[in-house]
Design a binder for this molecule. Structure first.
Ligand code: 8GT
Length: 130
């Protein structure tokens, strides 16, 4: 089974957290699900370099990476991921969606109002517990 190393940013602006909605996908179980911005780590990149690149590509934002948050191993029906979530704060730029179909800024207490990708649920749980 294919395995991907993924980084995901929990971008916190005060108590608000940036949540993004994926569009259609060939995999029904991730199509239209909510997730954190990020993507696959490319060969030779650190997690921090990967998240900074992905956030710039996907959202046109600069971020500062503050801390590692939680690493999740998740197996979907067709592939598995190791996803490293990193706590980030906005550091410039105007949010423009280039790959996603929607976004919401929500406090941790509101995160479960969204239909999250399965791999994200441990991250959501940890954010809600803090
Ligand atoms: N970015 C991101 N990906 C996630 C999250 N949760 C989750 O299951 N994933 C999965 O992790 C994988 C990340 O790949 P991606 O498609 O976003 O990465 P990428 O931008 O490098 O994609 P590409 O292969 O089209 O170049 C996808 O299969 C995605 O469904 C999340 O919170 N953020």
């Amino acid at each position: 089974m294919k395995h991907h190393e993924v980084v995901a940013a929990v971008i916190q602006n005060g108590d608000q957290i940036l949540c993004l909605q994926r569009g259609p996908s060939k995999y029904h179980y991730i199509a239209h699900k909510w997730e954190f911005p990020g993507g696959k780590v490319e060969p030779g990149e650190t997690q921090e370099q990967a998240i900074i690149r992905e956030i710039h590509e996907e959202l046109g934002l600069q971020v500062d990476v503050r801390a590692a948050f939680l690493t999740v191993e998740h197996e979907y029906p067709d592939f598995k991921i190791t996803m490293h979530s990193l706590l980030c704060t906005p550091a410039g730029g105007e949010l423009v969606l280039t790959e996603h179909v929607g976004y919401q800024w929500l406090p941790a207490s509101g995160l479960l109002s969204l239909d999250w990708a399965a791999a994200d649920l441990p991250i959501v749980d940890k954010l809600m517990a803090q």
